[in-house]
Structures are given as C-alpha cells and as structure tokens.
Design a protein around this ligand. Structure first.
Ligand SMILES: [Zn+2]
Length: 193
C-alpha cells in the first residue's frame, strides 16, 4: 500500500530533509507526506520515531515545514526571515520536550516525552532549523538552481558551490536537458558530479 506514495529525499541535514518532503514547489509539487502515516514513516527514518500521528499533528508539521522553507530561503538570499515563519519555528522549538541522549556507543539519540508526541519531534526539527539559519553550523544555505524546484539546501561542499538540492534528481535532469540541447547522442547519465 505504501508503495504508491512518493519516496523520501533524505539528506544528512534534518531541517532540509524535512523541507524536502515537499518538492517541485514551483512546478508540479510533490507532497511526500500526504498522510499522517507517511509523517510517522519519515520521522522513523529520521531518528525521531513516534507510534502515531493525527491529522492535526500532520498539519502542525506541514506548517512548520513551510515556515522553515520560508525562513531558510530568506537566509539563503540574505533577506530577513518572515515574522510569521519565525514565530512558528520558535513556537515549535519551545513546545518540544525531546531530550538528547548519549548512547553507550557514543551516538546521540533523541528521546521524546512520549511515543505519540509528534510535537517533541517537531521541536527537534525546529531547533535544527534554527541552528542552520543562525549560521551556527559549517555550511551555507543555498537554493536549488532548478527553476521548478528552488528547494533550500545546506551546502557543506568544500568549495560551497553546490547548485542542486539533489544530484540524482534536479542535477541529473538539468544535465540531461543541457546535453540534449547541445547534441543528439544518448545522454551519459553518470559522468562527473
Ligand atoms: Zn532541486
């Protein structure tokens, strides 16, 4: 049953993996968390497992997602973040009660106050967004070069010149389009990055 839902686009940065649950915002938008269960699935693969999610909690999550998208996009182009977006991010951060736990293997895990507390998980995501937008982490917020995407991503490459949110989708599509425009051979999909 789940196979009919769009896949997740997971990256190494929690906040921008979360904003990537809606893609092609300027084209044919793809909602990757269309149901509460899909948010449960996304949280599970993101280290924030909950056992259930209501429709209202899904709405909270999507509101947070779009607020992070708006604030991070503003940061990427050096604009001040929208006041309403900042309020949503802060509210979610304040209301989350997750605790960072150090495991015996020296990994960090998140412990939520209860297994059904989506709000705690959203608090962790909000705090992650804050640390990135505030410039606390090593990297640069940037917007995907694809005109139908314009997703915000966190560029941690050495040169800070990454152009696409995702090499396998947006990057590859742009490359193919350019290749086809330039010559009429079979596109070489796996050349340089
Ligand atoms: Zn993109």
């Amino acid at each position: 049953m789940r196979a009919e839902f769009p896949d997740f686009r997971l990256g190494s940065v929690l906040a921008t993996s979360f904003t990537a649950t809606l893609t092609e915002r300027h084209g044919d938008a793809v909602e990757r968390i269309p149901t509460p269960q899909r948010l449960v699935d996304w949280l599970a693969v993101s280290g924030l497992a909950v056992d259930s999610c209501t429709t209202a909690q899904l709405e909270l999550a999507r509101t947070l997602r779009e607020s992070i998208h708006a604030a991070a996009t503003a940061a990427a182009i050096q604009d001040p973040p929208p006041v309403s977006a900042v309020r949503v991010i802060n509210d979610r951060s304040i209301q989350g009660r997750a605790a960072a736990i150090l495991t015996p293997e020296s990994n960090r895990e998140w412990r939520l106050s209860s297994a059904s507390c989506v709000e705690d998980a959203l608090g962790v995501i909000a705090a992650d967004a804050i640390s990135i937008i505030a410039g606390e982490r090593d990297g640069r917020l940037a917007l995907c070069a694809s005109p139908t995407c314009r997703a915000v991503f966190f560029d941690t490459s050495q040169s800070r010149t990454r152009k696409w949110c995702d090499m396998n989708t947006c990057g590859n599509r742009q490359k193919k389009a350019r290749f086809t425009a330039n010559q009429r051979k079979t596109p070489d999909q796996r050349s340089d990055r």
